[in-house]
Design a binder for this molecule. Structure first.
Ligand SMILES: Cc1cc2nc3c(=O)[nH]c(=O)nc-3n(C[C@H](O)[C@H](O)[C@H](O)COP(=O)(O)OP(=O)(O)OC[C@H]3O[C@@H](n4cnc5c(N)ncnc54)[C@H](O)[C@@H]3O)c2cc1C
Length: 332
């Protein structure tokens, strides 16, 4: 009973510090990499057959610049600004968005050819497959059946969030919390709620409140058949029942976001499957697999998974990143 109560009242864990600590602005990052030396290195490394020392320098300089900016701006969270800053550093002209990878071919010389859904192709020295595991499976199958089978056996569930705004003076409950988690045993449609405007600065103007409700998950995929309007209704009803939302509080607006098969499920045997994937992948030069489907779903886990994938590829090229030795590895 106490445990259940503890789970139900995670809302009591107060303070906006976590969100603010993550707050990162990287808008100035390309200034740090604007110098002729860096620009030259980037061009050289990205354009043609690379001199490995140049690649190492580019990677290390970029990593240092990103780390410096993160440390400098650790007071204001904007996840998309972090990603935008990283895209600027990497060079947007090298990126292809809005197209799916349809297949991966390994050429005789060990390099790769990536086929895209618009019919175009990209050649590369290495491939890091950072899709969901179910999307990685058909891409990897021609190269290793056993990895593909392991990828196919990692289930994923879909979910949806409803973000709903209210007037602060109408909500009628204590907003001094990050949100609530609803344990399965409660049998609720709502999995969790985030008090978005309390958790992160700038999410709502003064006097307004932004709340976010999560529905779906592995035990309630049925609810996702409902329309957006119905999902908002369900979430508001749950807010009333669970949080004590005033029945007369009128939503100012709402937005529903659906995440199709976006949450991998770590079922019994997951670590064995991941070990198999990693072990076999170690024997395929130029191929790495990363993402939230393997060793943790949180954004920091995904970042670390990406780092490991990069280290695998660079290691094959004889590039030993200094940061792999100096930085204490993080496990979440
Ligand atoms: C509703 C929800 C809320 C969450 N909240 C939090 C939170 O508060 N904190 C936290 O730390 N984590 C949270 N998570 C978990 C975290 O967001 C995810 O685990 C993480 O974003 C997964 O990152 P990823 O890079 O592995 O995969 P994704 O972000 O899913 O990226 C995979 C990408 O691959 C693309 N793709 C798929 N197939 C192909 C193809 N053939 N070709 C090209 N591209 C392809 C997809 O379109 C997608 O963009 C949440 C997840 C969900 C669903």
């Amino acid at each position: 009973m106490l445990e259940l109560r503890r789970q139900r009242t995670i809302a009591g864990d107060r303070g906006p510090a976590v969100g603010q600590d993550l707050d990162v602005r990287l808008a100035e990052i390309d200034h740090r990499l604007d110098g002729e030396e860096h620009a030259g290195l980037q061009r050289h490394a990205l354009a043609g057959p690379a001199d490995m020392d140049d690649v190492r320098l580019v990677v290390e300089h970029a990593a240092e610049a990103v780390a410096a900016e993160v440390a400098h701006h650790a007071h204001a969270l904007r996840l998309h600004e972090t990603l935008d800053g990283m895209a600027d550093v990497a060079g947007r002209e090298h990126m292809h968005t809005g197209k799916a990878v349809t297949s991966l071919h390994r050429k005789r010389d060990g390099t790769w050819n990536v086929q895209l859904s618009d019919g175009s192709t990209i050649d590369g020295d290495a491939v890091i497959v950072a899709t969901e595991s179910w999307a990685a499976e058909p891409l990897v199958r021609p190269h290793d059946e056993a990895i593909a089978e392991a990828l196919a056996s990692i289930p994923a569930s879909s979910s949806a969030t409803s973000s709903i705004a209210f007037n602060e003076n109408e909500v009628g409950f204590d907003l001094n919390a990050f949100g609530v988690l609803c344990p399965l045993i409660e049998g609720r449609a709502l999995m969790a709620a985030t008090y978005s405007s309390t958790k992160w600065p700038g999410r709502a103007p003064a006097g307004k409140v932004l709340l976010r409700g999560f529905v779906g998950g592995p035990h309630n995929q049925e609810v996702l058949k409902r329309s957006d309007k119905e999902l908002v209704r369900i979430v508001i009803d749950e807010f009333r029942d669970i949080l004590g939302l005033n029945p007369f509080a009128e939503p100012l607006f709402s937005r529903v976001f659906r995440w199709h098969l976006g949450m991998p499920q770590y079922t019994l045997g997951h670590l064995d499957r991941v070990a198999l994937i990693e072990d076999r992948c170690a024997n395929i030069p130029g191929l790495a697999i990363a993402g939230g489907s393997y060793r943790g779903v949180g954004v920091p886990n995904c970042i670390e998974s990406g780092e490991r994938a990069v280290s695998k590829i660079l290691g094959e090229w004889g590039i030993d990143l200094a940061e792999d030795h100096t930085e204490e590895k993080r496990y979440f």
